[in-house]
Write a protein that binds this ligand. Sequence first.
Ligand code: SF4
Length: 235
Amino acid sequence: MEFDQRYSLIKEGSRPEEIVLLQGKGCFWKKCNFCDYYTDVSDLDESTALNKAVLERVTGETGRLTVINSGSFFELPKATINQVYDLLEDKRIKDLSIESHLFYLSKVRDLRERLTTMGVDLHARIGIETFDEDFRENVLNKGFGKIDVKEVAQVFDECCLLFGIEGQSLEQLKRDLEIAQEYFKDIYLNIYTKRKNLEEDPKLVKEFMRELYPEIKENKKIHILLKNTDLGVGD
Ligand code: SF4
């Protein structure tokens, strides 16, 4: 991935922010059938140096920073996490979004407490993908098991949904969006691009674009990512 694909500044729209795509040690799970992002890894020294250079681009001008990586925030090098803390203080950033697997729920809780003492609001994002448990666990292989959405939403306030995979339906997405809007502040709806063994369903995506997209595209809570580079980072 090119260095420039690791930083993005969004000035317009409902959510001005800076976004960095950093390198961690690779997701501990690595078993989701739609994802190969965890291959974005290198050894600790290289990752730390790369992350340092990316984070040096952050200006703090929007007051909001989103840090994503090839897994969960807690899988970033310790030095990188400390650099993020310093950045929040130095650039007076008041909102930090991170991504994390459900496995690290208690670490998210601890991080929120720590950031609160620094006057920073944590926005923790979880890739729920779908609330259809059978599809999430048996097709996507997300590794969450049975979840209590209410409990999850007490710790995570942003969620990602994934749509456009063979076997999904528009009804499933409508239900997912209903639940997500009830419990989460921000929803990232990702339209699937094949990266691993699950197949795309272009017919279903066309149906979505025709029937649902016009209805939800102005919804400020729902951020629709038609391509996986729509946030300006990644490849
Ligand atoms: S989707 Fe997330 S949890 Fe699943 S393998 Fe990819 S990085 Fe890991």
